[in-house]
Design a protein around this ligand. Structure first.
Ligand code: SAH
Ligand code: CA
Length: 213
C-alpha cells in the first residue's frame, strides 16, 4: 500500500537533497544483488533519518537491523565529533557486502557493525544511548524497546520503522499474522507509555518517534 500519491512522492523527492554517490551506489547494488531490496530505507526516509540525527547530534546511536547499511550510513551523518553508531544484524551472509560499503564511507571509524541476534547483543551494550533505530524482526519490536529503554538517556529518542506495516495495522486482530499483531501491540504499548512523548509519522511505511521524558 502506498500512502501518498506517486506524483506527490516524486515532487517531494525532487525537492529533497539527492543521495550521496555512495548511498546511490549502495541503493543500486542492493537492488541488483541482495534479496528483499525493498527493506532498504531509500532516498526520502534516508534523508529524514539524517536530519533527525543532525538535530540530535548523538554521541551514541544503536541501530537494530543493519541490512545493507543504508540507514546506518544516513544516521552516521549527524553523529557528534566523537560519536559512534553500533549497528546489529543477524544475517552474516551479506556481511562482506556491507563491510565493503562501510569501508568506503567517511564514517568508517564511527561504525561498529556487530553480527548476531540483537536480543542477545543488546544486553552486552554498556553505553548510554542518544538515539535508537528499531528496524529488525517485527515480532520483537516490544522486546527491543524494553531492552533498550533504560540505556536511553533522558531526552533521547527511540525511533521504530514500518509501524504502519503497509496499512495492515488497520485490520481486525482475528485475521492477522504474528508480525502485524506484534506491530499493533507495539504501537498500543507506546501510546500508553507515559515515560515517552510519541508521534506516529506516516512517512513511507510509518515511523514511530518516541522521546524519553
Ligand atoms: N535498517 C535497514 C533495513 C533493515 S531490514 C535500512 O533501513 O536500510 C531488517 C533487518 O533485520 C534484516 O537485515 C534482518 O537480517 C535483521 N534481523 C532480523 N532479525 C534480527 C535479529 N533477531 N537480530 C538482529 N537483526 C535481525
Ligand atoms: Ca525498515
Amino acid at each position: 500500500m502506498d500512502f501518498i500519491a506517486k506524483e506527490i512522492e516524486d515532487y517531494a523527492l525532487n525537492h529533497t537533497k539527492p543521495e550521496s554517490e555512495l548511498l546511490k551506489k549502495l541503493n543500486r547494488e542492493t537492488h541488483a544483488k541482495i534479496m528483499m531490496p525493498r527493506m532498504l530505507s531509500g532516498h526520502l526516509q534516508g534523508r529524514l533519518l539524517s536530519v533527525f540525527s543532525n538535530m540530535i547530534k548523538p554521541d551514541y546511536i544503536l541501530e537494530i537491523g543493519t541490512y545493507t547499511g543504508y540507514s546506518a550510513l544516513c544516521l552516521a551523518e549527524g553523529l557528534s565529533e566523537k560519536g559512534k553508531i553500533i549497528t546489529i544484524d543477524i544475517n552474516e551472509e551479506i556481511e562482506k557486502f556491507v563491510r565493503n560499503f562501510f569501508e568506503q564511507s567517511a564514517y568508517k571509524n564511527k561504525i561498529d557493525y556487530r553480527i548476531g541476534n540483537a536480543l542477545y547483543i543488546i544486553p552486552t551494550i554498556d553505553q548510554q544511548l542518544d538515539m535508537v533505530f528499531i528496524d529488525a524482526d517485527k515480532e520483537n519490536y516490544s522486546a527491543y524497546y524494553n531492552l533498550v529503554f533504560d540505556k536511553v538517556k533522558k531526552g533521547g529518542y527511540i525511533i521504530a520503522d514500518n509501524v504502519l506495516w503497509s496499512g495492515k495495522v488497520l485490520m481486525d486482530d482475528s485475521k492477522l499474522d504474528k508480525d502485524t499483531k506484534a506491530i499493533k501491540a507495539f504501537n498500543d504499548k507506546i501510546q500508553q507509555d507515559d515515560r515517552v512523548e510519541n508521534i506516529l509519522l506516516p512517512v513511507r511505511d510509518g515511523l514511530m518517534i518516541c522521546r524519553k521524558k
